[in-house]
Ligand binder design. Structure first.
Ligand code: AHM
Ligand code: MG
Length: 333
């Protein structure tokens, strides 16, 4: 009898490296993130019918407009962990301060961070979106638990809302991809230990913001566009407005995603948030053989000083990230 590919719950039970109690709790946590992902996918699927697209009329702590679905996805995630004492608190791109749970908060082993709806500008046009998550060990139960390097993440991943709903995660033992089978309502394993290409042929960056970039960023992108068949150039631009969508493409096809510092639009450190976006995606991509860098430093080595800190962010295939760092150091290929 041929065995069907495992569902997420079976994979977590059978294939997570050890069955220590902490690992079991981690499996529970990941499973619940899968449930939250399914609920958010459902919200997106019926958004037009329920008239839930559009602005919520509020701003987040970074002064960005919140959409109704940003708020709804955040509420779903907060509510998902409001029982069972799995996490002591959650922190989110959409909340100024962490939300502390009362039940079991003291005994929980983990904390959870998320960007509930990544690529918010795609909400109103039915474009690709994602939910990014990062799981960390709970230490003293204060915000200081979070202001630590990305190497301390226990697990991280994202749910991609595209033509299919994908659940992608790592717990430090490879990166695995699951696809939601709507007929049974379960995530099913489609790629185990994903290995991304060492080199790609695409780049993702918002070139409309070029005027605010540093010279090295401009020179790097110009270099990618210059024809040189022997080194695979020119590269193709693939920018969707959703980093999860772009990074997922890069995981499969190779290439680089870039959000540099932008001096002209009030984003001297770029847009991407270290804790909710950069750290978790860096963990996933490194586990698939890729790299993530500010151009100078390995992203997973960085510890933020503040919860909502942003960093210039480059992520993708090892060759392209190496090349980018060469430009930043002033030593192009
Ligand atoms: P968000 O989490 O508020 O949606 O912001 C992050 C997103 C990324 O997914 C995307 O790559 C980028 O912001 C798009 O920003 P811009 O419109 O400046 O290109
Ligand atoms: Mg985001």
């Amino acid at each position: 009898m041929t065995r069907p590919p495992p569902t997420l719950d079976r994979f977590l039970l059978e294939c997570e490296p050890d069955a220590a109690p902490a690992t079991r709790e981690l499996s529970q946590l990941l499973l619940r993130l899968g449930v939250a992902g399914k609920r958010i996918a459902r919200e997106l699927a019926v958004a037009d019918i329920r008239h839930t697209r559009g602005s919520a009329g509020t701003e987040n702590v970074q002064g960005e407009e919140q959409k109704k679905l940003d708020v709804r996805a955040n509420d779903i995630l907060v509510e998902t962990f409001d029982y069972g004492g799995l996490v002591s608190f959650v922190a989110s791109e959409e909340m100024e301060k962490p939300h502390v749970y009362r039940e079991g908060a003291g005994g929980a082993r983990y904390t959870l961070l998320f960007d509930p709806m990544d690529g918010s500008s795609n909400i109103d046009v039915d474009g690709t979106l994602g939910t990014i998550f990062s799981i960390r060990p709970r230490r003293d139960g204060t915000e200081a638990d979070l202001l630590r390097p990305g190497t301390e993440q226990v697990a991280a991943g994202y749910v991609l809302f595209g033509p299919a709903v994908l659940f992608v995660y790592t717990s430090g033992h490879g990166t695995h991809v699951f696809s939601l089978d709507p007929a049974i309502g379960e995530f099913v394993l489609v790629r185990r230990n994903l290995e991304m290409p060492k080199k790609g042929r695409g780049y993702a960056v918002n070139e409309g913001r070029r005027a605010g970039w540093a010279e090295a960023d401009r020179a790097f992108v110009e270099h990618l566009k210059e024809p040189d068949p022997s080194s695979g150039r020119p590269y193709s631009t693939r920018y969707s407005g959703s980093m999860v969508g772009d990074v997922h493409r890069i995981l499969i096809e190779g290439g680089i995603y870039l959000y540099p510092a932008d001096g002209s639009s009030g984003k001297p450190s770029g847009k991407i948030r270290l804790l909710y976006e950069s750290h978790p995606l860096a963990f996933v991509v490194e586990q698939a053989g890729g790299r993530a860098s500010t151009g100078r430093d390995r992203v997973l080595d960085l510890a933020p000083r503040r919860l909502h800190e942003r960093i210039p962010f480059a992520i993708g295939s090892a060759d392209e990230v190496d090349l980018y760092e060469g430009f930043v150091r002033g030593a192009p290929s």
